[in-house]
Design a protein around this ligand. Sequence first.
Ligand code: ADP
Ligand code: ADP
Ligand code: ZN
Ligand code: ZN
Length: 809
Amino acid sequence: IDRSRNAPPDLLRVRGARVHNLRDLDVDLPHRALVVVTGVSGSGKSSLVHGTVYAEAQRRHLQPLSAFTRRLVGGSMRPDVDSIAGVCAAVAVAQTRAATNPRSTVGTATNTHDHLRSLFAVSGSPDGSAGVPEMTARAFSFNSSAHACPTCEGLGTSLHGDPALVVDDPSRSLRDGVLRPWRDRRTTVEHELSLRFAESLGADPDRPWSSLDPGVRHRMLHEKGAELRAELTIRGQARVRDTRYVGVLPWLALSLRDASGEAARARATAFMSVSVCPDCRGGRLSPAQLSVLVAGRNIADVCRMEIADALAWTDEVAAATAGDPRAALGVAEIRGRLDDLVRVGVGYLTLDRPVPTLSGGEAQRVRLATHLGMEMFGLMYVFDEPSAGLHPRDTGRLLDALCSLRDQGNTVLVVEHDLDVIAAADWVIEIGPGPGVHGGRLIHSGPAAELASVAESVTAPYLSAPNGAGARPRSTEDPGWTFAGFTGAEGNNLRSVSVRFPMNAMTCVTGVSGAGKSSLVTHVLEPALAAAAGADDRPAPRCSSVSGLEGVTGLVTVGQAPIGRTPRSNAVTYLGVFDRLRKMFAATPEAAEAGLGPGDFSFNNAGGRCPACEGAGVVQVEMFFLPDVELPCETCDGARFSREPLRARVRGLDISEVLGLTAERAAEVFSDVKGVSGPLRSLVDVGLGYLLLGQPATTLSGGEAQRLKLARELSGDTVPGTVYLLDEPTYGLHAADVARLNTVLRRLVERGGTVVAVTHHAAVMVAADWIVELGDEGGAGGGKVVSQGVPARVARQDTHTGRVLARWL
Ligand code: ADP
Ligand code: ADP
Ligand code: ZN
Ligand code: ZN
């Protein structure tokens, strides 16, 4: 028998890939290996990994589904590639928080909870006082209505109006809007009613809130519904009505219940806090189920422990149930899952942590642990920057986990920029050399060690000297900065910390994953800075004092949230350049002849856009049980406009051709056009020169979206006193791109801005003026400031970040 015919292929062979910017790319990659694909941002890594290899694997997987589906998907989903051989089933381990169901927890997502439930059913001992519990695995599920806590229906938490958020400044009077939810224009009626109700209680609505009788204040907040005959002045008209006054806290609950959209929900929840369910105290189960103990703990206790502590509990269980083979099996399964979570670096999480509250990187690592636990083989796993959000201290553990997945007999294909991950890969593919039209070629395919001899590689110089970015420490001491200061900062694991950072300078907030960086930013810095900049719709910062923010004039949060939801928004609409371009087209003789105005060159008016796709260039086809598919519009062939407007030409190009230019080329074509060349040059400055002007914002990666936001900030007039808050700005950036990012951030500071970035990236930390390091570990072991100061000073500390900086400085 010739067994070789059935052996799995050793290579995945891609021939003639032309997806997006790929230039007839040929590449072979080894199976059952850790393969890292790298290259500068926009070079074509995703186009190869997702657009070509993964898309083809998916297509072949879906093809047998049904003739109907096949016809719809047809050739369109087939990636533009001559051939791919050696494809196996592929799994993309996404960064996104796909599960937004609050019932999905780290425990349920990794199946650890299933094994825990079985263990409790087999080995639990009820204490008897809380009734007779049912002892099946299902009976320990908080998704079973018969066994869940009846108060919170198994959620473990309840959301309620928070008096501390509702009243942020007790020296204000009712009339002056002390009740924040009723300060805006939408709630004039509620505001008026509250004044009348106060009067009916004999209170003066013009006196400071703090001076009102406590009983009055309580009713203003908590009143469930009091009869009130009130004369209201609404839009200048006096009306008398019999009505009811509902206190602001129950009113918030009603508003949330009736909220129709995201915005309305957000308006209500801004003044609400999540608190633990008073009955099950977060245990999610009925009292009878919670009375069942294994080694002294109920199932909710175990889910509340940090994973590393839950591992210690399994030792006690093993000892207590020695000799019981069913318990031994359960304990082994649970240990396996918990070990995997610790290995991927999230041992600081708890099993009851809802998946929707995880960061993108944490969610990806939890999924990685889940896949490790499934022990599948013969698959291809695809990861996007799994090191994102991970402190360099933890990269080694992540690598071990990726290697285990490989050792189980899988191909692990990773898009990565982290130099330690690249160095440790079995095989490195570099795409490049530049972004967009300057990239799309194979620069290297082989062992990492051979990269050094590849002249065109932009990665090689950084592998030999990580500080190839040329980052130099800026300040060795305080040049006389003024500082913003925060004391008693709290939120999640923060333990009443004090932090400070210099204004008109650049600060990095660092620390291992779970240390409390985002908590500090979201619960303290962001709300305090927003308030200093004049916003009055944010919750009060969770700290005891704030100082030094007098000079703050504005706050710009540059996150990775997508920029537009419709394919009609793109870089030029976002930068406000498109209006100017449309006017230029409307001013051409061709337009005058056909009677076309600027509106006819817009996607948002029925005038000149293609009627079939309404200017999107593509049409969405609903696939019912599959994600929607985008097909190019047949009417305009992707040109997005109808025939008339396409006759008008500016600088020899029609409007569709202009939208097809890269930002770099367009900056040359329109170099003399005021209001156009500046913003386009900022696109080049932030490293997005390769972007096509009309590329739908919906196709931008998180990192690209973030840099587009930075470009908009650079192209406007920076108002001195603006604070820029950035969340992991190096996401998606190759080491070579990071140098450019540093220049951009520095420019914001030179223009009078203040930059505060959450990042672990050594090259960014080295270039910063100030470091705030949280730690020393994640979760309960973190939440403290372990060092802060100029980088050179932090480098001398024996902390996780100090050690990384010391290597660089
Ligand atoms: P990388 O993953 O290396 O950052 P990509 O493969 O995402 O790069 O992008 C390579 C090039 O293809 C870039 O010029 C990018 O703007 C372009 N591109 C990516 N997605 C699309 C798309 N959906 N439509 C058109 N161009 C795209
Ligand atoms: P970092 O940004 O440094 O990674 P975070 O501020 O996200 O850390 O998290 C600090 C701690 O707070 C961690 O233990 C994390 O699990 C916990 N935490 C963060 N967000 C939430 C949340 N929404 N609910 C419960 N715990 C949270
Ligand atoms: Zn409950
Ligand atoms: Zn069309």
